[in-house]
Ligand binder design. Structure first.
Ligand code: FAD
Ligand code: UDP
Length: 415
């Protein structure tokens, strides 16, 4: 069946067992599980005019399937997660390859044995590879921070090269900070790999939904008992009730259309937005995407090229590699990273992970802990740097937990 779309004006909130805010993987998986496994009637509230969150894709004017909120490649080591998404779509095998444009020469990223040969020449690379294997072992991944801690002069030479030519400028563009300033977990996502394996990810399960992500989300949300309200901002339809009038007062209830909603509310938007940023907005990085279409079959040598030493955009993606679409023309997308300054015109994409921002986030989170039917979930609501598979995994766990609570009568649903 197709997705059941409903205008918020027509909604009678008392007829739903659960409300889900957001229709990315956090929201869509939870909505589907609550409806299918636990027999809930679920209302999904989505502020964009479409479902699928940041995974949303569509055909552009040139007929090329493009991702509208950044390139999304599915990869996971969790079989449960891959089995879950496989229910909703056919999948095509895809292994992502990324090349760094290093002064006009292409070099594999993550930086690996092949990159070493391009950077240092075969002879010197052989010595450096021998040293890496000796110290860390073959086929091992080493973060740039670990490498930079080494005293050995050969390893220091590699570390210095990789830091300056792969991480420094790209990270400055992406975060407005140097690699030393960003949380170590961020650069650890792209370690140096002592290997000839040129793939960007080494996960067991990798691929792309055969008809695209939007079609997959349509299949997921097209289920009896799920209604979706598009172009509806939860912050404008939720009425928050607080325990008292203090600035730090905790939530005691959320009303929808003047009635306290007692069923589970799964919230996957930014937590600070819910409270109108009363302690100041949480910092995020935003992105601008610029698309270009060319009358040629391919523009790039692989799915993504990272600009690690030049240009003011961070990377270019050519979608046809990701989607296996065949066409005589092609569309590429340049990504420009920006400070997140205006919630009216910009989208928060990346939480900026550090202790200070975590504490800031926890202040908002504390206000929700008093509300037993409120569940923040996802990259925004949890202020974390999650890949899709992690969100799906967390959503499966959370919906099971909520289902158990409902079965035990812990969150009574008043009709
Ligand atoms: P989202 O997909 O952001 O969904 C949240 C939804 O909530 C949105 O639709 C939003 O409109 C809605 N919403 C927010 N506030 C409100 C509100 N107040 N009222 C109503 N609706 C609201 N992961 C990978 O595994 N592989 C990749 O290749 C990959 N590439 C990425 C590239 C980029 C540029 C970015 C930014 C992320 C990438 N990710 C990738 C991560 C992936 O996007 C996230 O893991 C995923 O989007 C998380 O799903 P989510 O449901 O938490 O959030
Ligand atoms: N990074 C870099 N150079 C690269 C690739 C990654 O400096 O060529 C750093 C950069 O700080 C980036 C982080 O590693 O933000 C994580 O990269 P990833 O590709 O995982 O970023 P995402 O796809 O999530 O934007």
């Amino acid at each position: 069946m197709g997705v059941s779309y409903i205008d918020f004006k027509e909604v009678d909130a008392t007829t739903y067992d659960a409300i889900v805010v957001g229709s990315g993987f956090a929201g869509a998986v939870t909505a589907r599980q609550l409806a299918e496994r636990h027999g809930c009637r679920v209302l999904v509230i989505e502020k964009r005019p479409h479902i699928a969150g940041n995974m949303y894709d569509e055909y552009d004017d040139a007929g090329i399937l493009v991702h509208r909120y950044g390139p999304h490649i599915f990869h996971t080591n969790e079989q449960r997660v891959f089995n879950y998404v496989r229910q909703f779509s056919g999948w095509i095998a895809y292994q992502h390859h990324v090349l760094a444009d290093w002064f006009g020469t292409y070099m594999p990223v993550p930086f690996n044995k092949n990159s070493l040969e391009i950077a240092f020449g075969e002879e010197r690379a052989a010595q450096l590879i021998a040293k890496l294997v000796d110290v860390f072992g073959d086929e091992r991944k080493v973060t740039i921070n670990e490498l930079r801690e080494q005293q050995d002069p050969d390893l220091a030479e590699i570390a210095d090269f990789v830091y300056k030519n792969v991480f420094l400028y790209y990270t400055q563009k992406q975060w407005g900070q140097t690699p030393d300033q960003v949380d170590p977990s961020v650069t650890a996502r792209v370690p140096v790999f002592i290997s000839r394996d040129d793939r960007y990810f080494q996960d067991t399960y990798q691929g792309m939904p055969a008809l695209g992500y939007t079609a997959l989300f349509e299949a997921m949300l097209g289920y009896d008992g799920i209604d979706v309200c598009l172009s509806t901002d939860a912050t404008s339809v939720f009425e928050l009730v607080f325990q008292d009038g203090d600035e730090d007062a905790r939530l005691s209830a959320i009303k929808v259309k003047d009635t306290v909603f007692t069923g589970p509310i799964i919230y996957s938007g930014p937590l600070d937005e819910l409270f109108v940023g009363r302690f100041g907005r949480l910092p995020y990085r935003s992105l601008d995407f610029v698309y270009e279409t060319y009358e040629q079959e391919h523009k790039l040598p692989c799915g993504t090229v990272n600009y690690t030493v030049s240009e003011d955009y961070t990377r270019i993606t050519e979608f046809k590699y990701l989607t296996a679409q065949s066409a005589p023309n092609t569309t590429i997308m340049k990504e420009y990273s920006r400070a997140y300054e205006d919630p009216e015109t910009q989208i928060p994409y990346y939480a900026i992970i550090n202790d200070e921002n975590r504490a800031h986030y926890e202040r908002y989170l504390d206000m929700t802990k008093s509300l037993s039917n409120f569940f923040p979930l996802g990259r925004l609501a949890e202020y974390r740097y999650y890949n899709m598979d992690r969100i799906i995994s967390l959503a499966l766990d959370l919906s099971a937990e909520i289902g158990d609570k409902l079965a035990a009568g812990e969150m009574r649903v008043e009709r």
